[in-house]
Design a protein around this ligand. Structure first.
Ligand code: FEO
Ligand code: CA
Ligand code: CA
Ligand code: CA
Length: 602
């Protein structure tokens, strides 16, 4: 907790207008430059990027992945007490791929419908995470540190440990891991969260689209998630039928025991911990934080002797916001990821009177167990709930279903969270939900066919992050000029040409409490391209800071500790940075600096 408003928030730049220019547009006095675009050689033998996308799967395993999303800058101690603003590890998520851009002429199929296995290898390698050791030279230019032992690619094929209650469950046994302790790869890494012990948690969002199952009926672990008989990229159709590709077919009648990957999808949909300072370390899937379409995670400030608390949204229409509270207390000297292996997972209920409750999803909670037993034999959403969860692992593998049973509030697509470092208020973007009908509205999601989204925030009871109740309000509604956010009888925000936006997605508080809002929504009139705005949490002043190139979303943002360099992500452009005639489009990091060397946004 704290004393709200004690620290003035400065937004000293001139707001820029909307634009549909196929470029990065920033305020006067600022510069934006492309850094570490898709395909940049980053490790191994540093294979050069081919502008026409002729690189192999092996090349891609040594190059920056595609579709940059959440990212974080970890300073390296260069005589600055671990707070260097000129040298660090930039860790970048790669959410998915543009299958037409990743190959010279798009994906190919043979006459039997199978795919060349090296195309599949390349697509898997374009997913995951990049760890890039970067340094700012005396001219102010950021460069990759060539040959650094920290440089690393984690891909959709990297060996991983399962950790927490799901580890060792019969429901994650595969031919690859007969004891259910390991899996391969992290997929659809959208946003992330740095932990209080200086590691990186990457989120697995739309994991379901990578798998197929032709089982009928589907097990509830797959049906509630949306797994279908077709996959997004057809990796299971690799023409060499190698086990590392066949595993994406989860149909239970595999042709042999070696192909029985019915439980493979059960090891995706988690928060995955990577220690960027230990390049040989095996990433760990922290299953106690739940399995759903994890957008990202935001940790509350950690206090010695208190549990660790973090929040995570499930970005799908009518899904939920979750909170995890560790069983063990945090101590800065000894804290590590094992704190995330035991604790209580809660889901949020937003009451119409502005109060809210955290509902435990725990087989040790008598209230939850009673609700679960009452639900047996009844429809829960579209699922016939035919039997109770047998243990916490079973519950976690069905987190969404457990949250349905608990009575959580279905939200308008929860994306990123951010915590005000002074007031302790937790903000979450609710990006949009065009499918909410009038009779499905509630006070926290009050707009039918919500096409513009809004940002909600709450304060935990007693200023304790471990509290089981909170008070919430809506910070701002997105929309066209004239869109109002009203508190009581007061219009607290009315959007105008300096700040109209739709579909808030990325969200981040910098060290000076500027709230950065990034959009992933409709482009064209009146909004122009997707953008990033900066906001004052106290006054709700909002100003447009940056507009991205055509068709992109702007996602992922962090600064150096001194706030003079900002890194952000440009995802899925169609003709940028080179222009479509000169090469394939490339998602990229963009570095923003000020000509006068000042703090970004101040
Ligand atoms: Fe990947 Fe929910 O944005
Ligand atoms: Ca995206
Ligand atoms: Ca997002
Ligand atoms: Ca989005």
């Amino acid at each position: 907790g704290g004393n709200g408003g004690s620290q003035q928030v400065s937004l000293g730049f001139e707001a820029i207008p909307t634009t549909d220019a196929n470029d990065i547009t920033v305020p006067a006095g600022y510069t934006a430059s492309v850094f570490l675009p898709w395909g940049t050689p980053v490790t191994g033998s540093y294979p050069a990027f081919d502008l026409q996308a002729n690189n192999t799967g092996s090349d891609q395993e040594q190059q920056v992945g595609m579709h940059h999303d959440g990212m974080h800058y970890f300073p390296i101690d260069v005589n600055e007490g671990g707070n260097s603003s000129i040298e660090g590890l930039l860790v970048i998520n790669h959410e998915y791929i543009d299958k037409d851009a990743v190959h010279p002429n798009g994906p190919t199929y043979d006459d039997r419908g199978n795919r060349p296995f090296d195309e599949v290898r390349k697509e898997i390698a374009a997913h995951g995470v990049t760890v890039a050791h970067i340094r700012r030279d005396t001219n102010g230019q950021w460069d990759l540190v060539h040959g650094s032992a920290y440089n690393r690619r984690v891909t959709g094929g990297t060996p991983m440990e399962l950790s927490g209650p799901v580890r060792g469950s019969a429901k994650v046994v595969t031919p690859y891991s007969p004891n259910g302790t390991r899996t391969r790869g992290t997929l659809n890494n959208c946003s992330m969260g740095p932990t209080p012990w200086n590691t990186y948690l990457t989120a697995e969002e739309n994991w379901h689209g990578y798998f197929v199952s032709r089982d009928n009926p589907l097990p509830k672990e797959l049906s509630r998630a949306g797994v279908k008989a077709e996959s997004r990229y057809d990796w299971e159709l690799a023409d060499n039928r190698a086990e590392e590709y066949v595993r994406f077919d989860a149909t239970s009648t595999g042709e042999s025991a070696n192909e029985d990957y019915r439980y493979e999808p059960n090891s995706f949909g988690f928060m995955v911990e990577i220690d960027p300072f230990a390049p040989e370390s095996t990433p760990k899937k922290r299953t106690a934080l739940g399995k759903f379409g994890h957008e990202g995670v935001i940790f509350a400030p950690a206090t010695d002797g208190q549990p660790v608390v973090c929040y995570s949204g499930d970005d799908r229409r009518f899904e939920y916001i979750y909170k995890f509270v560790s069983a063990q207390p945090y101590f800065a000297d000894t804290a590590d990821g094992s704190l995330l292996d035991s604790g209580t997972l809660y889901v949020a209920r937003f009451n119409d009177d502005g109060s809210g409750e955290w509902l435990p999803l725990s087989m040790d909670d008598a209230g939850f167990v009673q609700k679960m037993e009452n639900a047996v034999g009844t429809p829960v959403g579209e699922i016939q709930f035919d039997g109770p969860f047998i243990n916490q692992a079973d519950l976690l593998l069905n987190t969404r279903l457990a949250a349905d049973i608990a009575g959580a509030t279905p939200m308008d697509r929860p994306e990123w969270g951010a915590i005000d470092p002074v007031t302790g208020e937790v903000y979450f973007t609710l990006t949009n939900n065009s499918q909410r009908t009038e009779d499905q509205t509630n006070a926290a999601n009050p707009i039918a066919e919500n096409r513009n989204g809004h940002i909600i925030r709450w304060k935990e009871a007693g200023d304790e992050y471990t509290a089981t109740s909170f008070d919430w309000d809506i910070y701002v509604f997105g929309g066209d000029a004239g869109t109002q956010t009203v508190v009581g009888d007061n219009v607290v925000v009315e959007l105008d040409e300096t700040n109209i936006f739709n579909s808030p997605d990325g969200l981040w508080f910098d060290n000076d409490r500027r709230l950065w809002i990034q959009t992933d929504g409709r482009w064209g009139e009146p909004f122009g391209n997707n953008m990033m705005l900066a906001a004052n949490p106290d006054t709700r002043e909002i100003k447009r800071f940056l507009v991205g190139p055509s068709n992109c979303e702007v996602t992922g943002v962090v600064t150096t500790p001194d706030q003079t360099s900002m890194f952000l992500g440009i995802q899925h452009p169609v003709a940028w940075p080179a222009g479509s005639a000169e090469g394939h489009p490339r998602s990229s990091v963009v570095v923003v600096t000020r000509a006068d060397g000042g703090v970004i946004g101040a």
